[in-house]
Design a protein around this ligand. Structure first.
Ligand code: SF4
Length: 135
């Protein structure tokens, strides 16, 4: 499943168009690579589209949301998310490490679940409180 997701994410790498998702306008961006490895962006209505396209082509990242197993709480899974965007090449080790985590309640919303998860340099954070008096 993880390999399939990476294949789908990478499928766009060979194309030179993408839709900017920074705001609801959704400009259709065209990206050209220059001889020195830089990129030129057109179709954007503002600078944020250039920054978005540059990151997507040079250092694509995704914020990861998911759940971890937890015992001693009403639910068997605790919602979590990455502290920052995870480089696409690091998604597999990040997800593998995330699904191996076993927590025990109580856990507070915003708590650090794991640092440098999967050796990616990105942390994992709880997005909900589980157990305790305010679950
Ligand atoms: S380029 Fe600017 S205006 Fe266009 S979708 Fe991106 S953020 Fe919105």
């Amino acid at each position: 499943m993880i390999k399939e997701n990476q294949r789908l994410i990478r499928a766009r790498d060979t194309e030179d168009e993408l839709t900017c998702i920074v705001c609801p306008i959704g400009c259709r961006l065209t990206v050209d690579r220059t001889a020195d490895g830089e990129i030129e962006v057109s179709g954007n209505r503002c600078k944020r589209g250039v920054a978005y396209a540059r990151e997507e082509f040079m250092d694509p990242r995704r914020v990861v949301t998911g759940t971890c197993a937890i015992s001693g709480a009403v639910s068997a899974r605790l919602p979590v998310k990455s502290s920052n965007g995870v480089p696409i090449d690091d998604l597999a080790p990040f997800l593998k490490a995330m699904y191996e985590i076993r927590l025990s309640a109580p856990v507070k919303r915003g708590a650090l679940i794991a640092s440098d998860l999967g050796g990616t340099g990105i942390d994992l954070i709880a997005t909900m409180t589980a157990g305790g008096s305010r679950e």
